[in-house]
Ligand binder design. Structure first.
Ligand code: FES
Length: 173
């Protein structure tokens, strides 16, 4: 019996070693295929993006603001999704934009400000507005615009942000 037959380790021949070894050519082929695959995926992604429509999904410019009874007299209610204040005064309703006319920051209603009368304040550069949108101070060049507000047939408030109206126009309910 020879040493090779008694050895516990498996033996391999030189021809088997040659079969398992990755040649330089195989290695380069695999690298090339990988690079082509990545380039192909990239071009598919770019082509898909090119042909898909460029659509921006923005909230509707018109919206229902609910029953007038939801708003107490003397209140300014911020509707976050629409970025509008629904203001109720003894004479009726108006809808005021919550977007500052300076650089477009979203303002905040501060009910305790102006000796408890409440004030719309811009957190960015300090512009301040009364609840009717008129400017009190700060860098904002214009008052906050008023949007058209009306009543639907079933008695809900309806705001159209594409229609700016004069601040004096109040919806009487
Ligand atoms: S964006 Fe409102 S004060 Fe500048």
């Amino acid at each position: 019996m020879s040493d090779t037959e008694n050895s516990p380790l498996p033996t391999t021949t030189s021809s088997e070693q040659a079969g398992n070894a990755i040649t330089r050519r195989d290695f380069l082929n695999e690298i090339t295929l990988g690079a082509l695959g990545i380039a192909g995926l990239g071009s598919v992604a770019v082509t898909y993006q090119f042909f898909s429509p460029n659509v921006l999904f923005e909230p509707s410019t018109t919206f229902r603001a609910g029953n007038p009874d939801l708003y107490p007299v003397g209140s300014a209610t911020f509707l976050q999704e629409q970025q509008v204040y629904i203001v109720r005064v003894p004479e009726g309703f108006y809808a005021v934009s919550a977007v500052c006319t300076h650089l477009g920051c979203v303002t905040q209603w501060k009910p305790e400000a102006d000796q408890g009368k409440g004030q719309i304040q811009c957190p960015c550069h300090g512009s301040k507005f009364r609840s009717d949108g008129s400017k009190v101070e700060g860098p904002a060049p214009r008052p906050l615009p008023h949007f058209a507000i009306s009543l639907t047939a079933d008695g809900e408030l309806f705001v159209d942000k594409l229609q700016n109206i004069k601040p004096a126009q109040v919806l009487k309910v």
